[in-house]
Design a protein around this ligand. Structure first.
Ligand SMILES: [Zn+2]
Ligand SMILES: [Zn+2]
Length: 341
């Protein structure tokens, strides 16, 4: 089969022919890839940023945002059958450790991560397991939803925490109206009663955010913290959902947060700098967010099937992987780039 592989760091990916993955264990599922999302993490992998962390042996097949059709199943697989349309939870998890038994797939102690430390989805077929496949509604196409497997799942995981920790009428500020921010807005409007206030430097991104349901869009022009305080009677928002996490976003976000509010960190890069006396005297909380669980992905796919969460995509044939990566790197992709084998 055709596969796009990492052959070295600081080197271009290579399209080669390798053997199709086969079912090895009773719970294995081989998926025919219908769409593989092209992610900024893929660029970071090629820069060598994941080299030590993943310890992956080269060459290997990249691509961690995958959806397609079930092609073959092991003897013990009962939840999907050959031909089913599925989206793949990004991790292959053991099901036996404490985290797995709590439904907390992301913290599995014995996980593999296709596209990061084992073969991924820039290929015609990928091997995963029964625990990682979510059947999707007939109305959805794998290439349209593939990027929900990672980018969408991360936004859902954090936004669903906001929904669980707020009541209708409270305010959530979303910092950053990019790809994840757009999913976050749609999720909050679908499953919570919060007033959604979106802050971004880019006026076009703000216009789109309001278009897809944000209650207020504020262009970050230096007056944005004051504008949020004005909107909230001077108190600030009960929740801040930060998809940026760098360039001073956290300092501004903390200034927009109400006493006893929750600060959800998704985007990252800078240090959070706040005197501890301010943390105790206001009882604010900082909450980290890492991808999402199998159940999160299942819930997100329900919203997708209901038409409540949609993702704009630009599709490329698998052979055009280099174009897709170059377009992503240069900021030319609208929505998410998807490779279609
Ligand atoms: Zn990704
Ligand atoms: Zn586990």
């Amino acid at each position: 089969m055709k596969a796009v592989r990492v052959v070295g760091y600081h080197t271009k990916l290579q399209l080669t022919t390798i053997a199709e993955p086969a079912v090895r264990g009773p719970l294995d599922v081989v998926v025919r890839i219908g769409g593989a999302g092209v992610c900024r993490t893929d660029l970071h992998i090629l820069e060598g940023q994941w080299k030590e962390k993943s310890g992956v042996a080269l060459p290997y097949t990249i691509g961690h945002e995958n959806a397609g059709w079930v092609h073959a199943v092991g003897d013990a697989v009962t939840n999907v059958a050959v031909g089913d349309k599925v989206i793949l939870h990004p991790l292959i998890t053991c099901g036996l450790c404490r985290a797995c038994r709590s439904g907390d797939d992301v913290h599995c102690q014995n996980s593999e991560f296709p596209g990061i430390d084992v073969d991924g989805g820039y290929a015609e077929y990928l091997r995963t397991t029964a625990r990682s496949v979510v059947r999707i509604d007939d109305s959805l196409e794998p290439a349209d939803v593939a990027a929900l497997a990672d980018a969408g799942l991360t936004a859902y995981h954090a936004a669903a925490k906001v929904a669980r920790t707020t009541v209708p009428g409270e305010v959530c500020v979303i910092i950053g109206a990019g790809g994840l921010g757009h999913i976050g807005i749609q999720v909050l409007k679908a499953i919570s009663g919060v007033t959604v206030v979106v802050v971004d430097r880019n006026p076009a991104a703000i216009a789109l955010a309001v278009d897809i349901g944000a209650d207020h869009g504020i262009v970050a022009d230096g007056t944005h913290v004051d504008q949020v305080l004005d909107l909230t009677g001077g108190h600030g928002a009960e929740a801040v959902l930060d998809f940026v996490g760098e360039g001073g976003a956290t300092r501004e976000g903390i200034a927009m947060l109400r006493r006893a509010g929750n600060y959800f960190v998704v985007g990252y890069g800078e240090n959070i700098d706040i005197p501890t006396i301010d943390v105790i005297s206001t009882e604010i909380n900082f909450i980290g967010n890492l991808v999402g669980s199998y159940n999160d992905l299942n819930e997100l796919m329900t919203l997708a099937a209901q038409g409540k969460v949609t993702l704009h995509t630009t599709k490329y044939p698998l052979e055009d992987f280099q174009q897709a990566l170059d377009d992503l790197d240069a900021g030319r992709v609208r929505g998410r780039a998807i490779l279609v084998p």
